[in-house]
Write a protein that binds this ligand. Structure first.
Ligand SMILES: C[S@@+](CC[C@H](N)C(=O)[O-])C[C@H]1O[C@@H](n2cnc3c(N)ncnc32)[C@H](O)[C@@H]1O
Length: 275
C-alpha cells in the first residue's frame, strides 16, 4: 500500500466527491430514522495543505482553492464544511471524508471509519478524537460485508480505494454483489479515477451485469477531449440514491463543473443511470 492521500487532498476529485457526499447525506437526513455511515477507505481524516506532501503536488490549487474562489451558493455547504476545520479565514487544513461525515452526524446516526495503512489509521484516530466515530484498521472489503446489514434502518457505505491494486475493480464488483444480496436497499457510493477508457468501459459493463436496478453514475471529465495515459477526472457510482438527492443534482453538477474547469477547458460532468 503505497498510496497516501496527503499528496492529493483537496484536489478536484475531492471537491466533487465531498460536495456530493454532503448533498447525499443531507437528502437522506430529510427523514428522522437513524443512518449508519461507513467509510471503508477513510484515509487520515485531516490534511495540511501547507505540508510537504500537499506542497509537492499542488493539487489543491485545481480543487478546493478553485471552489473557494467561486461564488455559486450551491457550493456553500461544501465551503462551510471546509471552513469548519480551519480557524479564521486561512485555508490551511483540508477535511477528509471522515471529518466531512462527522460534521453531518445527528444524535441518532452512527459513523464507522476504516483505514488499513497503520500510519494513516494512527493519524485518523488523532483526527477523530472527540467525535463519536468508531475507527477500525481492517481490510476494507472484509469490513464492508461484515457490517451489513447495518444495525440502523438505513445506511451509506462509502468506498474510496486508491486503485493501486490490479484487482481493485474486481474486488469491488464481487463485494458489491455480495453486499447487495445482504442489504438490497442500502446506499453505496463508489469513487473511481478516469484514466484508461477501455478499463473504465469494461468495468461499467461488469457493474451493469450485477442487475442492480438503481445505480447513478456521475463522471467529471476535466478536459474537452479524452487525454490518453493521464488522469482525466473521476467518477462516482451511487447505488440506491434517494430521490431528494437525484432531483437536485443537475444544477449542483453544473456548479462543480464551472468551479473546477481547468484553464482553457470547459470540462463536463454527466449524471446518468447505469444499464
Ligand atoms: C483515496 S484514499 C481515501 C480518502 C478518503 N476517503 C477521503 O475522501 O478523504 C484511500 C485510502 O485507502 C487506504 N486503503 C488502501 N487499501 C485498503 C484496504 N484494502 N482496506 C482499507 N484501507 C485501504 C489507503 O491507505 C488510503 O488511505
Amino acid at each position: 500500500m503505497n498510496y497516501r492521500h496527503s499528496f492529493h487532498a483537496g484536489n478536484s476529485a475531492d471537491v466533487v466527491k465531498h460536495s456530493l457526499l454532503i448533498a447525499l447525506v443531507r437528502a437522506l437526513q430529510l427523514k428522522d430514522s437513524a443512518l449508519t455511515l461507513i467509510d471503508t477507505h477513510a484515509g487520515c481524516g485531516l490534511y495540511d495543505l501547507h505540508g510537504e506532501e500537499a506542497g509537492r503536488t499542488g493539487e489543491a490549487a485545481q480543487g478546493v482553492v478553485r471552489a473557494f474562489a467561486d461564488a455559486n451558493p450551491l457550493l456553500d455547504d461544501y465551503r462551510a464544511a471546509v471552513r469548519a476545520v480551519n480557524a479564521g479565514e486561512e485555508l490551511r487544513l483540508y477535511p477528509g471524508s471522515p471529518r466531512f461525515l462527522a460534521q453531518l452526524l445527528r444524535a441518532q446516526d452512527v459513523l464507522v471509519l476504516n483505514e488499513k495503512h497503520p500510519e494513516d489509521a494512527y493519524a485518523l484516530r488523532g483526527a477523530m478524537r472527540g467525535t463519536a466515530a468508531a475507527v477500525h484498521e481492517r481490510d476494507a472489503y472484509e469490513l464492508w460485508l461484515a457490517l451489513l446489514p447495518t444495525r440502523t434502518p438505513r445506511g451509506v457505505v462509502v468506498v474510496d480505494p486508491p486503485y493501486e491494486q490490479t484487482d481493485e475493480r474486481a474486488r469491488i464488483v464481487a463485494t458489491l454483489a455480495a453486499a447487495h444480496r445482504k442489504w438490497a436497499h442500502g446506499v453505496t457510493v463508489i469513487w473511481y479515477p478516469l484514466k484508461d477508457r477501455h478499463t473504465h468501459v469494461r468495468w461499467k459493463e461488469q457493474l451493469c451485469r450485477l442487475g442492480i436496478a438503481k445505480i447513478l453514475n456521475v463522471e467529471h471529465w476535466l478536459y474537452d477531449s479524452y487525454q490518453p495515459g493521464i488522469y482525466n477526472g473521476a467518477g462516482l457510482f451511487f447505488v440506491n440514491p434517494p430521490y431528494a438527492f437525484t432531483q437536485d443534482l443537475p444544477p449542483m453538477l453544473e456548479a462543480l463543473r464551472a468551479a473546477l474547469a481547468p484553464e482553457g477547458h470547459r470540462g463536463e460532468i454527466t449524471g446518468e443511470w447505469l444499464g
